[in-house]
Design a protein around this ligand. Structure first.
Ligand code: HEM
Length: 344
């Protein structure tokens, strides 16, 4: 096919397009700590690809869900591998988002004019956690069932809208067919679509403002001031992607996704525990009453979402920068509660 034929039908200026996609990147992005935003983006692609393939076999119906996962794990060629990569990549995405959040926080890159970039980022963190929570319940093993029950109880304890939120999650008064349909639609359609929209807005804002520079860090003398996105930064991202693919494979082979006992509403398991990324919240909930626990999580999420403005207010009030101390305290609480729950 002649290029002229295509150009006539798709009259896009390719030179302008390559100029747009090849903005010079600041030198400090050579350091991996600063380039962490690309990692959750790559793992999101892994999640979408493996998730689509898992859907070929998964049946979102209480009587058949567990059997379809068992069939995929034991009979389908490489089914166990797909499930394991999907599971490990979900954990990896959460680790990457948390590390990226810490780098953005501790370098003060959320400050004016990047408040909205931060807010879209915070929404991405919440949506990534919601993906983990909803995916966990689809397997319909004992922990999925009781996990969904705990989730609906937490929704029920929300101030003011508890009853409505609980019915919204359950699709009725208890975990049943409508609940699984809701978790399935949320996991494969609503949350991924929202994540894609939020990633697009987040990256558009990063492009519009350019990357922050020299907020709380000094450029190294050996670093160039800027370097081209293509091929330099693309190659860095590619190297990270290949390393992660190898790591995910090793984890999938060494620690494949397991399958517990099928869901049984009549038997409450002795230990109900969510995935590791909810350990800190789970520990917190154990230390308080349900209502205060849920209120605490809600307030913490609001502070995180509006942090650039909270930080601005604190700086005006105290004339000092308290953000590093606040950030260190928040990281310590999350780490200590997570380890505490893991050892319990
Ligand atoms: C799926 C999740 C996310 C993706 C794919 C993503 C992607 C990115 C990318 C590619 C960048 C460019 C710089 C870099 O590579 O680090 C970036 C910058 C940024 N991100 Fe994220 N991000 C995510 C989550 C978050 C979260 C949870 C926050 C904070 C709550 C956040 C806040 C920011 C801010 C403020 C910047 C601008 C940093 C600067 O200019 O130095 N992002 N993000």
């Amino acid at each position: 096919m002649k290029l002229a034929w295509l150009k006539e039908r798709v009259p896009v200026d390719l030179d302008k397009l390559s100029e747009l996609s090849n903005e010079p990147v600041p030198g400090h992005l050579k350091r991996w700590w600063f380039a962490l935003g690309g990692t959750p983006a790559y793992l999101l692609m892994v999640q979408l690809a493996t998730g689509l393939l898992l859907m070929f076999y998964y049946v979102p119906e209480p009587g058949r869900a567990y059997g379809s996962v068992a069939h995929l794990t034991h009979d389908v060629a490489f089914g166990w591998w797909l499930r394991s990569i999907h599971k490990w990549s979900a954990s990896g995405m959460i680790v990457a988002v948390l590390l990226h959040t810490m780098r953005v926080f501790f370098t003060g890159s959320y400050r004016k004019p990047r408040e909205l970039t931060w807010m879209f980022g915070a929404v991405l963190l919440f949506l990534t956690l919601a993906e983990g929570l909803s995916g966990y319940s689809l397997v319909y093993e004992q922990l999925s069932f009781w996990g969904a029950t705990v989730t609906s109880n937490l929704a029920g304890a929300m101030p003011g809208i508890g009853g409505f939120a609980r019915r919204l999650v359950l699709g009725g008064d208890e975990v049943g067919p409508a609940t699984l349909t809701r978790f399935f639609v949320a996991h494969v359609a609503i949350f991924p679509a929202l994540i894609l929209v939020a990633v697009a807005a987040h990256i558009a804002l990063v492009r519009i403002h350019g990357m922050s520079s020299e907020t709380r860090f000094k450029a190294q003398a050996t670093e160039p001031k800027t370097f081209p996105f293509v091929p330099d930064h693309l190659l860095t991202e590619l190297m990270i992607a290949i390393t992660l693919m190898v790591l995910l494979d090793v984890l999938a082979v060494r620690f494949p996704a397991s399958l517990g006992d099928p869901a049984n509403a009549a038997i409450t398991p002795e230990h109900i525990r969510p995935e590791w990324y909810f350990y800190f919240a789970f520990r917190w909930l154990k230390l308080t009453t349900l209502r205060i626990g849920v209120l605490g999580v809600f307030v913490a999420a609001l502070v995180m979402l509006f942090w650039p403005f909270v930080d601005g207010g604190l700086r005006r009030l105290s004339k000092r920068d308290l953000s590093i101390g606040f950030g260190v305290a928040a990281v310590l609480v999350v780490v200590i509660f997570t380890i505490w729950e893991a050892l319990a």
